[in-house]
Design a protein around this ligand. Structure first.
Ligand code: NAD
Ligand code: ZN
Length: 250
C-alpha cells in the first residue's frame, strides 16, 4: 500500500460513533464546484489584491468597486453546486453525534449540501448588513438578491449603504463564533480540508486542537503551514480523498 492509501485507511478507522470530530474547511473544498480559491494557482488574489477589495478601508474608499466584486462572486456561486467533498462531510454530520464543521467559506455550499452543525467563521456572502450599523437594522440578515438593481444596495432601514455580511481582513470574528470554535477544537479528531492555513485566527485552531490532544489530519493538494501541527497529511483533492475515505469498508 502507498502512504496515501495507508493514510486514507487510517483516517477511515478513526471515524467512530463516539469520536468527537471537528472539521475546518477552506476555499479548496469548493474548488471542484467552480468557486475560485483566493490563493494557490487559480487563486483570485493573483488577479486582485485583497487589500483593494476585502477590507473596511476598501469599502470606505470605493463601495461600488467592492460591491461589484461581491456581486460577481454571488452570481458565480449561485450557479455552483456542492461537490463530493461537501456531500461526504454532510453525511458525516448526520452520522456522527459529536460532529462540528467550522468553515471559512462564505459560499453557503456546506449548508446547501445539508450539513448539520456548521459554524460560519467568516460570515456569509448571502448575508448583508448596514454599513452605518443603523439602530433600526439587525446586525446581519439574509438577502439572496442577484443581481441587485444598484450597487451599493440601499439599507431598507436608513437608506444608507448595505455591506456584504462577510468578515473582512482587519475585522474581528464574532465572539460567539470564536467561543464555539474554541470549544470544537477540544476534540478527538481535527480534520483541516482545503485551507491554506495562513488566515488567523482560523488557522490557529489546528494547533489549538493538537494542544488538546486531538489527532490532526490535513487534506490539501499541497503541503501547508499547518504541517508542524499535523499527525497525518493527505496530499490530494478533497473531493477525491473524502470520497475514498467514505467508501473504505469498515
Ligand atoms: P485559500 O484560497 O487561502 O486556500 C485554498 C487552499 O485550498 C490552498 O491551500 C489550496 O492548495 C487548496 N486547494 C485547492 N484546491 C483544492 C482541492 N480540490 N482539494 C483540496 N485542497 C485544495 O483559502 P482559505 O484558506 O479558505 O482562505 C481563507 C479565506 O478565503 C477565508 O477568509 C475565506 O472566507 C476566503 N474564501 C472563501 C471562498 C469560498 O467561500 N468558497 C473562496 C475563496 C476565498
Ligand atoms: Zn441602515
Amino acid at each position: 500500500m502507498s502512504s496515501i492509501d495507508e493514510g486514507i485507511f487510517q483516517l477511515s478507522q478513526l471515524l467512530e460513533p463516539n469520536t468527537r470530530i471537528t472539521v475546518l474547511t477552506g476555499a479548496g473544498v469548493s474548488a471542484a464546484s467552480g468557486v475560485p480559491t483566493f490563493r494557490g494557482k487559480e487563486g483570485l488574489w493573483n488577479k486582485f489584491r485583497p487589500e483593494d477589495l476585502a477590507t473596511p478601508g476598501a469599502f470606505a474608499r470605493d463601495p461600488k468597486l467592492v460591491w461589484e466584486w461581491y456581486q460577481y462572486r454571488r452570481e458565480l456561486i449561485l450557479k455552483c453546486q456542492p461537490n463530493r467533498a461537501h456531500d461526504v462531510l454532510a453525511t458525516w454530520s448526520g452520522r456522527y453525534p459529536d460532529f462540528t464543521l467550522i468553515t471559512q467559506n462564505v459560499d453557503g455550499l456546506h449548508e446547501r449540501a445539508g450539513t448539520l452543525n456548521v459554524i460560519r467563521f467568516h460570515g456569509s456572502i448571502w448575508d448583508v448588513g448596514c454599513w452605518e450599523g443603523c439602530s433600526g437594522s439587525p446586525h446581519r440578515w439574509n438577502d439572496e438578491t442577484v443581481p441587485f438593481a444598484e450597487v451599493p444596495p440601499p439599507c431598507p432601514h436608513c437608506g444608507g449603504y448595505l455591506r456584504p455580511g462577510v468578515v473582512w481582513f482587519g475585522e474581528t470574528i464574532d465572539p460567539e463564533v470564536l467561543e464555539k470554535s474554541a470549544e470544537a477544537a477540544r476534540c478527538d479528531l481535527f480534520l483541516t480540508v482545503g485551507t491554506s492555513a495562513v488566515v488567523h485566527p482560523a488557522a490557529g485552531l489546528i494547533s489549538e486542537s493538537k494542544g488538546h490532544g486531538a489527532f490532526t489530519v490535513e487534506i490539501n493538494v499541497e503541503e501547508t503551514e499547518a504541517l508542524p501541527y499535523l499527525d497525518l497529511a493527505l496530499v490530494g483533492k478533497a473531493e477525491e480523498i473524502l470520497d475514498r475515505v467514505e467508501r473504505m469498508p469498515t
